[in-house]
Design a protein around this ligand. Structure first.
Ligand SMILES: NC(=O)c1ccc[n+]([C@@H]2O[C@H](COP(=O)([O-])OP(=O)(O)OC[C@H]3O[C@@H](n4cnc5c(N)ncnc54)[C@H](OP(=O)(O)O)[C@@H]3O)[C@@H](O)[C@H]2O)c1
Length: 254
């Protein structure tokens, strides 16, 4: 699996990353079929298969139920994983709650450090509700991330955005931006191109439209090959799918 640098000074990450929504949350999600949360043994096996196939990047969030806690238990002491997490959204009682105030962001990061069992979080992204510009410009969240980065609590900072305007703003002020890109949604391409020009990292979310698109052989290969993309985050709890997805990318890239 190809390794790429995440932004100007970031870590080397695999071109395919593992999305972990399904590790810890199975309500209020948009996947086509319902599923049970994987057992601890199944998750351990999944992470081992991911590593064997060259994946070193995990994407998680406080809003993904028990995902951070489970990842923390299963990766403790293993410095080989680069872990991206988020701040600003939590999920409780069947619904999302958003708070981008400096105090909430600082608390969220302390909680993520504890749950992930890491002194330094590799990457923290603001988990946008869709109000990208007010979150980035007016909430104080970015300033808090910057301060925590300066204090060594965070390696890199970024935003997972939903609008082109928000994505472009994130490119200006962050190390990394996370945007949607898949066969039926290419609206964020201007953000990806701007990030490339600025030397910023780009993570892709929902590459298979949250499972609504078949993982056809060349889809992931094309996304990984898209100019400006650093890594494509595929959500799966099926280890056969990890093997298939990595093999498809290898075939497309050679
Ligand atoms: N920041 C944000 O606001 C945000 C929003 C959405 C997502 N994300 C991140 O991006 C990650 C990816 O997005 P996503 O999970 O929504 O969707 P996705 O990666 O587009 O699709 C995941 C779905 O595709 C299925 N799948 C994966 N590989 C497959 C294969 N080879 N064959 C058939 N089905 C396959 C998975 O099912 P199986 O489990 O059966 O493989 C899962 O249901 C998330 O996990 C999360 O980390 C971030």
């Amino acid at each position: 699996m190809e390794l790429r640098q995440l932004g100007a000074n970031g870590p080397q990450v695999s071109a395919i990353g593992l999305g972990t929504t399904k590790f810890g949350r199975n309500e209020g999600v948009k996947y086509p079929t319902s599923f049970a949360l994987p057992s601890e043994a199944a998750l351990r096996e999944l992470l081992a298969v991911a590593r064997e196939n060259g994946i070193n990047l995990l994407d998680t969030a406080p809003a993904y139920g028990s995902a951070e806690e489970r990842i923390g238990r299963l990766t403790e002491g293993d410095g080989g994983w680069v872990i991206a997490t988020k701040a600003g959204e939590t999920f409780a009682d069947g619904r999302s709650h958003f708070d981008f105030s400096p105090a909430a962001i600082a608390d969220s990061i302390e909680n993520s450090r504890r749950r992930l069992r890491r002194d330094v979080l590799d990457l923290v992204l603001l988990h946008s509700s869709g109000d990208d510009l007010p979150i980035l410009n007016d909430s104080g969240a970015m300033e808090t991330l910057r301060e925590l980065k300066a204090r060594g609590r965070i390696g890199a900072i970024g935003a997972s955005t939903k609008t082109v305007e928000g994505g472009l703003r994130a490119v200006e002020i962050c190390d990394v931006v996370m945007v949607t890109l898949n066969a039926s949604d290419r609206t964020q391409l201007p953000v990806i191109r701007a990030a490339e020009r600025a030397g910023k990292g780009v993570l892709i979310k929902k590459p298979l439209d949250s499972g609504h698109q078949a993982a056809a052989d060349n889809t992931l290969g094309e996304l990984v090959g898209e100019q400006g993309v650093t890594a494509v985050i595929v959500g799966t709890i099926n280890h056969r799918h990890i093997v298939e997805n990595c093999a498809a990318v290898e075939r497309a890239r050679t």
